[in-house]
Design a protein around this ligand. Sequence first.
Ligand SMILES: [Ca+2]
Ligand SMILES: [Ca+2]
Ligand SMILES: [Cu+2]
Length: 314
Amino acid sequence: MSDHCCAPERPAGPAPEDSSRRTKIIPADGRHLIEQAELPGGSFTMGDQHGDGLAADGETPVHQVTLSPFSIDVTSVTNADYARFVDATGYRTDAEMFGFSAVFHLAVRAKPSQVMSNADGTPWWIGVRGADWRHPGGPLSDLDGLDDHPVTHISWTDARTYCRWAKRRLPTEAEWEYASRGGVEGDRYPWGDDLDTEDWACNIWQGTFPKINTEQDGWLTTAPVRSYRPNSFGLWQTVGNVWEWCADWFDPLYYTASPGTDPKGPPGGRSRVLRGGSYLCHDSYCNRYRNAARSSNTPDSSMGNAGFRTVSAR
Ligand SMILES: [Ca+2]
Ligand SMILES: [Ca+2]
Ligand SMILES: [Cu+2]
């Protein structure tokens, strides 16, 4: 995945020692305080109708999908939300267990001794020891003023564990795209087909990636979850800000054979779907800040530009 600007993979290596965490029973009395949109279900056209996507991402063939009703969070899970979960359970995230996470180079707040080597092929991603959800830039950073920003440095496993506590689940990839489209057929973005570069509707990158960000949209890294405007389903920032984990395994060929009703992804794989792009997206090299765009990463990977939102448990 080294060509994926937005999803540096956790390097192969020994797993952290405490494997018991994997089977820890998370108390079932969790509380999930994020406002949700109740969606009636129905049919929509899934995939890229504009020819925007890279063939390798598998955004086509365009196909009809019918979904059962579900509710979905109007925002991604915030630092304050995740803190409530951790306070209640003592859960330790993958980034904490491995001892490091991936931080965008301009966001690093760490001593030189805490800075590891760059990710292969993506020199703007730095492995930082002590970077985790409470320290998004590294050990010299904290969450001051970031309560209402999306939680980051959350692996797929960390996201799913939150969901179990909150009696929620991760959206399927089809649910995510349906929700992001807001009931509008075929559009490139949640608000339409065009980017207004005078009045930004999402948090991506302006300037020259990866060195100069003019921050015309207001933000170098994360923005508060209720920034810009919600789509017609009431969802904020599906596109841009942070990538959002979905439940499905990723397979670029999945759309060629996926079921037409409530598709749940392939039966197995090595990486999990990520949707929506992030504050690092820029069409000079990565235009995945679109409804149809697909990416993925291994389930234990974490980085400063990926989080999640949840849907109603089945
Ligand atoms: Ca930005
Ligand atoms: Ca997003
Ligand atoms: Cu991107």
